[in-house]
Write a protein that binds this ligand. Structure first.
Ligand code: GLP
Length: 394
């Protein structure tokens, strides 16, 4: 809840900026949220972040903005009579982007006649007709509904024999190069930190190749395959270096179950343990997130560490409980120094002293404790702690 408030505050700050701009512009309708690349970590509250990211209230809203960037790229290439080379992803994350591109094609005449696509990955072995194949997915969500030339669609082929696979992967890389390289790469992220199917351990210089899937990845895919035993153990994937050579990268992540890996990717050290961290070195990569996926970033999770806060009662409780865990102290033992050393000096100034704040919070938390086994119904507990002074002997 506190995170939601904080994220809402961040978004409303953005709105203030828009409002200011609005005065300078003729029409508010001209203002569109901007996801173009900006360098990361430039402000006090984003100081721990190493990848540019933009946060939206919903994945639907964000997906429309991503689709608009792709459409704009396609159109600008058309104006120059050039082809537009897109790297595409599968999974649930990009579905709404494809939906919006299809809508733009049908309702706004967006043409894909100059578009060449290369998909990131495919399970191995996998037939094209199998409805769990990425080949099937891409046709169902995008290619069957737009005017792309079938010969311009490239998806790793899960039916190539194991003997021919090495050469097949080399050719896939060559085909990307010959098409002029990727202009834009759309990405999702797996809970292992994989992009494409570049699982932990993938090298920065890896190219298109066959890879063994991580157990977590197979668990995540098991519902699509009716059980983990049916999930292929391997896949063909573009490599980290293939992805890194793209001129522009947009990675999308939605939902709480991506929050942890998003934090590690944006704020952690670069390591092949989390292959997505290699994107920290890309000069034009943007992460587009919803509020839940962003919720573990320091500026939302522990906002007092990166700037001034509006200290609601809820945020105070959250911060003080966090401080107890961090310092391994009970509430009544927290000192002014603990508050000052952990980004809470403004709270201390507001509340007076650690002594008063500790007792106040102790009392608040005490009232959240119920009797065994779950509280006596209708019992008045407004006088806890019972008395300030010891009872006198009469
Ligand atoms: C699969 C794909 C990835 C995708 C990931 C996340 O592993 N190979 O390209 O990013 O799933 O999937 P989702 O978007 O469904 O969370």
């Amino acid at each position: 809840m506190v995170q939601a408030v904080k994220i809402a505050c961040a978004i409303s700050k953005t709105k203030i900026v828009y409002t200011k701009k609005r005065k300078e512009m003729k029409s508010a309708l001209e203002i569109k949220p901007d996801i173009s690349y900006k360098s990361a970590g430039k402000f006090e509250e984003t100081r721990f972040e190493k990848i540019h990211n933009e946060i939206f209230k919903s994945s639907a809203e964000a997906s429309v903005i991503v689709a608009q960037e792709i459409a704009q790229l396609i159109r600008s290439k058309q104006e120059k009579n050039k082809s537009c080379v897109l790297g595409l992803a599968t999974g649930s994350s990009p579905i709404k982007v494809y939906e919006e591109l299809v809508r733009m094609h049908k309702e706004e005449g967006l043409s894909f006649h100059n578009v060449i696509t290369f998909n990131l990955d495919e399970y191995y072995p996998m037939s094209k007709e199998n409805n769990q194949s990425y080949h099937y997915f891409m046709h169902q969500h995008l290619f069957n509904h737009i005017d792309i030339k079938p010969e311009n669609v490239n998806i790793p082929d899960g039916t190539v024999s194991i003997e021919e696979l090495n050469q097949y992967c080399i050719d896939y890389e060559m085909n990307i190069k010959q098409a002029g390289g990727l202009d834009f790469q759309l990405l999702g992220i797996g809970r292992t930190g994989h992009v494409g199917f570049n699982e932990p351990g993938s090298h920065i210089n890896s190219g298109t190749r066959i890879i063994t899937l991580d157990h977590i990845t197979r668990v995540d895919a098991s519902s699509d395959f009716n059980g983990i035993d049916n999930v292929p153990k391997r896949a063909i994937t573009m490599g980290v270096s293939t992805i890194m050579r793209s001129k522009r990268i947009v990675l999308m992540a939605w939902g709480q179950n991506k929050a942890d890996i998003i934090k590690r990717t944006i704020q952690g050290d670069i390591s092949s343990e989390v292959p997505a961290t290699f994107l920290q070195n890309h000069p034009n990569a943007t992460f587009v997130l919803d509020q839940s996926a962003a919720s573990e970033l320091t500026r939302f999770k522990t906002p007092w560490l990166v700037g001034e806060c509006i200290w609601t009662q809820e945020l105070k409780s959250k911060a003080i409980v966090w401080l107890c865990q961090k310092t391994k102290q009970s509430i009544l033992k927290l000192t002014d120094r603990d508050y000052n050393n952990n980004g809470m000096s403004d709270l201390l100034a507001q509340e007076g002293s650690a002594y008063d704040m500790n007792i106040n919070m102790f009392n608040i938390l005490q009232h959240t404790i119920t009797g065994w086994p779950g509280g006596k119904p209708n019992t008045d507990d407004s006088h806890r702690p019972e008395r300030a002074n010891p009872a006198k002997n009469e």
